[in-house]
Write a protein that binds this ligand. Structure first.
Ligand code: SAM
Length: 269
Protein backbone atom coordinates (compact mmCIF):
# COMPACT_ATOMS: atom_id res chain seq x y z
CA UNK A 1 0.00 0.00 0.00
CA UNK A 2 0.97 3.64 -0.46
CA UNK A 3 1.97 3.95 3.20
CA UNK A 4 4.84 1.52 2.75
CA UNK A 5 6.46 3.77 0.08
CA UNK A 6 6.78 6.80 2.37
CA UNK A 7 10.07 7.85 4.00
CA UNK A 8 8.82 7.00 7.48
CA UNK A 9 12.32 6.78 8.98
CA UNK A 10 12.74 10.53 8.53
CA UNK A 11 9.75 10.95 10.87
CA UNK A 12 11.29 8.60 13.43
CA UNK A 13 8.86 5.82 12.54
CA UNK A 14 10.31 2.28 12.44
CA UNK A 15 8.24 0.10 10.11
CA UNK A 16 10.30 -3.03 10.79
CA UNK A 17 8.92 -3.59 14.32
CA UNK A 18 5.32 -3.53 15.52
CA UNK A 19 4.39 -0.42 17.52
CA UNK A 20 1.81 -0.31 20.31
CA UNK A 21 -0.06 2.65 18.80
CA UNK A 22 -0.17 1.12 15.30
CA UNK A 23 -1.14 -2.37 16.53
CA UNK A 24 -4.00 -0.73 18.44
CA UNK A 25 -4.95 1.07 15.24
CA UNK A 26 -5.20 -2.35 13.54
CA UNK A 27 -7.71 -3.65 16.10
CA UNK A 28 -9.70 -0.41 15.80
CA UNK A 29 -9.91 -1.04 12.04
CA UNK A 30 -7.80 2.06 11.34
CA UNK A 31 -5.46 2.53 8.38
CA UNK A 32 -2.37 4.00 10.06
CA UNK A 33 -0.53 0.71 10.39
CA UNK A 34 1.96 -1.48 8.56
CA UNK A 35 2.35 -5.13 7.64
CA UNK A 36 4.45 -5.77 10.74
CA UNK A 37 1.65 -4.43 12.99
CA UNK A 38 -0.99 -6.53 11.24
CA UNK A 39 1.27 -9.57 11.60
CA UNK A 40 1.49 -9.01 15.35
CA UNK A 41 -2.30 -8.72 15.69
CA UNK A 42 -2.67 -11.87 13.60
CA UNK A 43 -0.67 -13.75 16.26
CA UNK A 44 -2.82 -12.32 19.08
CA UNK A 45 -6.05 -13.26 17.28
CA UNK A 46 -4.91 -16.89 17.44
CA UNK A 47 -5.00 -16.64 21.26
CA UNK A 48 -7.79 -14.07 21.75
CA UNK A 49 -10.14 -14.21 18.75
CA UNK A 50 -12.16 -11.40 20.40
CA UNK A 51 -9.26 -8.91 20.48
CA UNK A 52 -11.03 -6.52 18.07
CA UNK A 53 -14.06 -6.51 20.40
CA UNK A 54 -11.78 -5.84 23.37
CA UNK A 55 -10.45 -2.71 21.65
CA UNK A 56 -14.05 -1.62 21.09
CA UNK A 57 -14.89 -2.16 24.78
CA UNK A 58 -11.91 0.02 25.67
CA UNK A 59 -13.05 2.82 23.36
CA UNK A 60 -16.59 2.53 24.73
CA UNK A 61 -15.53 2.85 28.37
CA UNK A 62 -13.30 5.77 27.34
CA UNK A 63 -16.44 7.48 25.99
CA UNK A 64 -18.56 6.67 29.06
CA UNK A 65 -15.76 7.69 31.42
CA UNK A 66 -15.06 11.03 29.74
CA UNK A 67 -18.79 11.82 29.54
CA UNK A 68 -19.01 11.15 33.28
CA UNK A 69 -15.90 13.24 34.04
CA UNK A 70 -17.00 16.23 31.93
CA UNK A 71 -20.64 15.88 33.01
CA UNK A 72 -21.40 14.70 36.54
CA UNK A 73 -17.85 15.27 37.84
CA UNK A 74 -17.69 18.73 36.19
CA UNK A 75 -14.10 18.49 34.94
CA UNK A 76 -12.91 20.96 32.30
CA UNK A 77 -9.32 19.73 31.80
CA UNK A 78 -8.01 16.38 30.73
CA UNK A 79 -4.51 14.94 30.55
CA UNK A 80 -4.86 11.90 28.27
CA UNK A 81 -1.65 9.88 28.62
CA UNK A 82 -0.90 7.22 26.01
CA UNK A 83 -3.65 8.72 23.91
CA UNK A 84 -2.97 6.72 20.75
CA UNK A 85 -3.71 7.64 17.16
CA UNK A 86 -6.75 9.81 16.53
CA UNK A 87 -9.79 7.58 16.01
CA UNK A 88 -13.55 7.92 16.33
CA UNK A 89 -14.78 9.75 19.43
CA UNK A 90 -11.50 11.05 20.74
CA UNK A 91 -11.35 12.41 24.28
CA UNK A 92 -11.61 16.06 23.12
CA UNK A 93 -14.66 15.30 21.00
CA UNK A 94 -16.45 13.50 23.84
CA UNK A 95 -15.49 16.11 26.47
CA UNK A 96 -16.22 19.12 24.26
CA UNK A 97 -19.63 17.70 23.29
CA UNK A 98 -20.49 17.98 27.01
CA UNK A 99 -18.49 21.14 27.76
CA UNK A 100 -17.26 23.07 24.69
CA UNK A 101 -14.62 24.86 26.79
CA UNK A 102 -13.01 21.59 27.95
CA UNK A 103 -9.25 21.47 27.42
CA UNK A 104 -7.45 18.30 26.43
CA UNK A 105 -3.74 17.53 26.27
CA UNK A 106 -2.86 14.29 24.51
CA UNK A 107 0.47 12.72 25.40
CA UNK A 108 2.06 9.79 23.58
CA UNK A 109 5.63 8.66 22.93
CA UNK A 110 4.98 7.28 19.43
CA UNK A 111 5.94 9.84 16.76
CA UNK A 112 3.11 8.66 14.50
CA UNK A 113 0.60 10.02 17.04
CA UNK A 114 2.02 13.53 16.78
CA UNK A 115 2.19 13.33 12.99
CA UNK A 116 -1.51 12.50 12.71
CA UNK A 117 -2.72 14.40 15.77
CA UNK A 118 -1.33 17.75 14.64
CA UNK A 119 -3.40 17.73 11.48
CA UNK A 120 -6.56 16.68 13.27
CA UNK A 121 -6.23 19.21 16.06
CA UNK A 122 -4.90 22.16 14.10
CA UNK A 123 -8.23 23.94 14.32
CA UNK A 124 -9.03 23.18 17.96
CA UNK A 125 -7.48 25.81 20.24
CA UNK A 126 -8.38 23.90 23.42
CA UNK A 127 -6.62 20.70 22.40
CA UNK A 128 -2.99 19.82 21.85
CA UNK A 129 -0.68 16.83 21.31
CA UNK A 130 2.64 16.40 23.10
CA UNK A 131 5.30 13.77 22.41
CA UNK A 132 6.57 12.57 25.77
CA UNK A 133 7.14 9.41 27.76
CA UNK A 134 5.03 8.69 30.84
CA UNK A 135 8.05 6.98 32.39
CA UNK A 136 9.22 10.55 32.93
CA UNK A 137 6.10 12.06 34.51
CA UNK A 138 7.98 15.06 35.94
CA UNK A 139 8.88 16.15 32.41
CA UNK A 140 5.26 15.90 31.32
CA UNK A 141 4.10 17.95 34.31
CA UNK A 142 6.70 20.64 33.55
CA UNK A 143 6.13 20.64 29.76
CA UNK A 144 5.31 24.14 28.46
CA UNK A 145 2.51 22.90 26.20
CA UNK A 146 0.93 20.96 29.07
CA UNK A 147 1.17 24.04 31.33
CA UNK A 148 -0.33 26.23 28.59
CA UNK A 149 -3.63 24.32 28.60
CA UNK A 150 -3.79 22.73 32.05
CA UNK A 151 -4.21 24.83 35.20
CA UNK A 152 -2.84 22.65 38.01
CA UNK A 153 -4.80 24.65 40.59
CA UNK A 154 -8.04 23.29 39.16
CA UNK A 155 -9.24 19.65 39.01
CA UNK A 156 -7.80 17.55 36.21
CA UNK A 157 -8.97 14.29 34.65
CA UNK A 158 -5.82 12.15 34.54
CA UNK A 159 -6.36 9.42 31.97
CA UNK A 160 -4.18 6.31 31.77
CA UNK A 161 -6.45 4.32 29.49
CA UNK A 162 -4.89 1.23 27.96
CA UNK A 163 -1.32 2.23 28.75
CA UNK A 164 -0.11 1.06 32.17
CA UNK A 165 0.15 -2.55 30.99
CA UNK A 166 2.84 -1.33 28.58
CA UNK A 167 5.08 -0.54 31.56
CA UNK A 168 7.23 -3.23 33.13
CA UNK A 169 7.14 -3.58 36.92
CA UNK A 170 10.65 -2.16 37.23
CA UNK A 171 9.53 0.99 35.40
CA UNK A 172 7.39 1.80 38.43
CA UNK A 173 3.84 2.28 37.12
CA UNK A 174 2.60 2.86 40.68
CA UNK A 175 5.14 5.63 41.24
CA UNK A 176 4.16 7.23 37.94
CA UNK A 177 0.48 7.27 38.93
CA UNK A 178 1.36 8.74 42.33
CA UNK A 179 3.58 11.44 40.80
CA UNK A 180 0.79 12.50 38.45
CA UNK A 181 -1.92 12.46 41.12
CA UNK A 182 0.29 14.37 43.59
CA UNK A 183 0.51 17.18 41.03
CA UNK A 184 -3.26 17.71 40.72
CA UNK A 185 -5.64 19.19 43.31
CA UNK A 186 -8.54 17.70 45.24
CA UNK A 187 -11.50 16.95 42.97
CA UNK A 188 -9.20 15.60 40.24
CA UNK A 189 -9.96 12.11 38.95
CA UNK A 190 -7.87 9.14 37.85
CA UNK A 191 -9.20 6.97 35.00
CA UNK A 192 -7.38 3.67 34.34
CA UNK A 193 -8.00 0.69 32.10
CA UNK A 194 -5.53 -2.19 31.86
CA UNK A 195 -5.05 -5.67 30.50
CA UNK A 196 -5.87 -8.15 33.25
CA UNK A 197 -4.53 -11.64 33.97
CA UNK A 198 -8.12 -12.90 34.09
CA UNK A 199 -7.86 -16.17 32.14
CA UNK A 200 -5.36 -18.69 30.77
CA UNK A 201 -5.77 -16.98 27.38
CA UNK A 202 -4.75 -13.68 28.97
CA UNK A 203 -1.63 -15.30 30.41
CA UNK A 204 -0.80 -16.76 26.99
CA UNK A 205 -1.42 -13.39 25.33
CA UNK A 206 0.90 -11.70 27.82
CA UNK A 207 3.69 -14.03 26.74
CA UNK A 208 3.05 -13.19 23.09
CA UNK A 209 2.94 -9.43 23.75
CA UNK A 210 6.24 -9.59 25.63
CA UNK A 211 8.00 -11.65 22.97
CA UNK A 212 6.73 -9.80 19.88
CA UNK A 213 6.02 -6.25 21.11
CA UNK A 214 8.40 -6.09 24.07
CA UNK A 215 5.73 -4.88 26.51
CA UNK A 216 2.48 -6.17 27.94
CA UNK A 217 2.11 -6.92 31.62
CA UNK A 218 -1.36 -8.31 32.33
CA UNK A 219 -1.96 -7.44 35.99
CA UNK A 220 -4.38 -8.94 38.51
CA UNK A 221 -7.56 -7.07 39.53
CA UNK A 222 -5.86 -6.40 42.88
CA UNK A 223 -2.79 -4.89 41.21
CA UNK A 224 -4.98 -2.69 39.02
CA UNK A 225 -7.05 -1.63 42.03
CA UNK A 226 -3.85 -0.63 43.84
CA UNK A 227 -3.32 2.20 41.29
CA UNK A 228 -6.20 3.95 43.05
CA UNK A 229 -4.68 3.74 46.55
CA UNK A 230 -5.32 6.95 48.50
CA UNK A 231 -8.18 7.96 46.18
CA UNK A 232 -11.96 7.46 46.48
CA UNK A 233 -12.76 4.65 44.08
CA UNK A 234 -16.13 5.38 42.48
CA UNK A 235 -18.85 2.79 41.91
CA UNK A 236 -18.74 0.10 40.60
CA UNK A 237 -15.00 -0.10 41.43
CA UNK A 238 -12.42 -1.82 39.23
CA UNK A 239 -14.38 -4.19 36.97
CA UNK A 240 -14.30 -5.81 33.50
CA UNK A 241 -14.83 -2.95 31.04
CA UNK A 242 -18.39 -3.78 29.90
CA UNK A 243 -19.51 -3.68 33.56
CA UNK A 244 -18.35 -0.12 34.25
CA UNK A 245 -21.52 2.00 34.22
CA UNK A 246 -22.94 0.32 31.10
CA UNK A 247 -25.28 2.38 28.96
CA UNK A 248 -26.80 -0.60 27.15
CA UNK A 249 -27.28 -4.29 27.79
CA UNK A 250 -24.77 -6.08 30.00
CA UNK A 251 -23.60 -9.51 28.82
CA UNK A 252 -25.27 -12.26 30.90
CA UNK A 253 -22.08 -14.28 30.92
CA UNK A 254 -18.65 -12.73 30.60
CA UNK A 255 -16.36 -14.15 27.92
CA UNK A 256 -12.55 -14.13 27.93
CA UNK A 257 -12.74 -10.96 25.81
CA UNK A 258 -15.14 -9.18 28.17
CA UNK A 259 -12.74 -9.89 31.05
CA UNK A 260 -9.47 -9.17 29.25
CA UNK A 261 -9.35 -5.57 30.45
CA UNK A 262 -10.42 -4.05 33.77
CA UNK A 263 -10.94 -0.39 34.53
CA UNK A 264 -12.21 2.17 36.97
CA UNK A 265 -12.33 5.82 37.99
CA UNK A 266 -11.46 7.38 41.34
CA UNK A 267 -11.67 10.90 42.80
CA UNK A 268 -8.85 12.59 44.66
CA UNK A 269 -10.24 13.65 48.07
N1 SAM B 1 -5.62 5.65 25.36
C1 SAM B 1 -6.03 5.18 24.05
C2 SAM B 1 -7.21 4.27 24.20
O1 SAM B 1 -7.31 3.65 25.27
O2 SAM B 1 -8.03 4.14 23.28
C3 SAM B 1 -4.90 4.49 23.31
C4 SAM B 1 -4.35 3.25 24.00
S1 SAM B 1 -3.04 2.43 23.09
C5 SAM B 1 -3.40 0.78 23.47
C6 SAM B 1 -1.62 2.74 24.13
C7 SAM B 1 -0.87 3.99 23.75
O3 SAM B 1 0.12 4.25 24.76
C8 SAM B 1 -0.12 3.88 22.43
O4 SAM B 1 -0.49 4.92 21.58
C9 SAM B 1 1.35 3.96 22.81
O5 SAM B 1 2.14 4.62 21.84
C10 SAM B 1 1.28 4.72 24.11
N2 SAM B 1 2.42 4.47 25.00
C11 SAM B 1 2.97 3.27 25.34
N3 SAM B 1 3.98 3.44 26.19
C12 SAM B 1 4.09 4.78 26.39
C13 SAM B 1 4.96 5.58 27.18
N4 SAM B 1 5.93 5.03 27.91
N5 SAM B 1 4.79 6.92 27.17
C14 SAM B 1 3.81 7.49 26.42
N6 SAM B 1 2.96 6.77 25.65
C15 SAM B 1 3.10 5.44 25.64
Amino acid sequence: MAQERYDWASLGIDVTKPSIARAYDVVLNGKDNFEVDRGFVHEIVKIIPEIYDVAAYNREILGRGVRFLAGEAGLRQFLDLGSGLPTVQNTHQVAQAVAPDARVVYVDNDPIVLAHGRALLAENANTTVVTADIREPEEILAHAEVRRLIDFDRPVGVMLVGILHHLHDDEGPQRIVETLMDAVPSGSHLFVTSFCASSQEAVDAERKYLSLLGTGRFRTPEEITAYFDGLELLEPGVVPLPLWRPEGDVPAELTVGHRLMYGGIARKP
